[in-house]
Design a protein around this ligand. Structure first.
Ligand SMILES: Nc1ncnc2c1ncn2[C@@H]1O[C@H](COP(=O)(O)OP(=O)(O)OP(=O)(O)O)[C@@H](O)[C@H]1O
Length: 237
């Protein structure tokens, strides 16, 4: 019986005739943070969409908590304990901060509610000051906080973050990274797509680097440090 929280094996994904993923493997253990890095267009978001079932891979296997997910629609995969914060954050323009949070709140598949409205507001005090604002009236950083808060309210075992710090001012970025650290300490596993290798190498336990839809590097933080120049060559433009 596998101990992996998430196990992705041999993903091949195509958009029409374009073959994007060429056998991507990825594992996350319970409580671990894993980075997924790569230059623009290398297949990071496609990997996330494939494991969530937003796009259908041509072949490959996805298991979560020891059960195969391949045949399940996206919403059922998420109900099993995966939360996704997409690039662009996915706000509803006509809902307030309060409504976004209330709508998301639910126990996990074991009936537990570790994260509730009050705990999320304690983590993001800025959101508490903006409860009656619409998603569109928030700054980029506040929108990101709302997107993460909303994901936490589903009480996930795995939180997937796609470019959570992209386009944010340095101070706000730091705030988001601090929050991701706290989330990790709370025991939630994370899969983090980001370009900031300096932060990822200290925050994450494992690292996966994609080059043209293939895993070019996979290893723990020690192995990342030992192979830094090779990995940086995969990431430099
Ligand atoms: N819906 C789509 N239809 C066709 N091609 C697509 C589609 N979505 C992505 N692609 C292509 O697939 C490749 C991988 O894209 P993907 O978004 O997975 O890359 P990425 O590594 O996440 O890049 P970025 O950092 O720019 O988000 C790119 O060449 C992209 O143009």
């Amino acid at each position: 019986m596998s101990t992996h929280l998430l196990e992705v094996r041999g993903l091949h994904t195509l958009y029409g005739a374009s073959h994007i993923l060429h056998g991507v493997d990825l594992c996350i253990e319970p409580g671990q943070a894993v980075s997924l890095m790569g230059r623009n267009g290398m297949g990071k978001t496609t990997t996330l969409k494939s494991l969530l079932g937003v796009v259908t891979p041509r072949s490959g296997e996805v298991s979560f908590k020891g059960q195969r997910l391949d045949a399940l629609p996206t919403w059922q995969r998420m109900r099993r304990g995966i939360a996704y914060v997409p690039e662009g954050r996915g706000m509803f323009h006509n809902l307030t901060v309060r409504e976004h949070l209330q709508m998301a709140n639910r126990p996990n598949d074991r009936g537990e509610t570790q994260w509730d409205y009050d705990r999320v507001l304690a983590l993001f005090p800025r959101l508490g000051e903006r409860l009656d604002n619409l998603g569109t009236q928030l700054s980029g950083g506040e929108q990101q906080m709302l997107a993460i808060g909303r994901a936490l309210l589903t009480n996930p075992d795995l939180l997937i973050l796609d470019e959570a710090t992209e386009g944010l001012a340095p101070l706000i970025r730091k705030e988001i990274w601090d929050v991701i650290r706290l989330i990790k300490q709370s025991g939630i596993s994370t899969l983090i797509v980001d370009k900031n290798i300096q932060v990822l190498k200290t925050l994450c336990d494992q690292h996966v680097v994609l080059v043209k839809g293939r895993v070019a590097f996979s290893g723990n933080s020690q192995q990342l440090l030992e192979n830094m120049s090779e990995v940086e060559s995969y990431l430099s433009v």
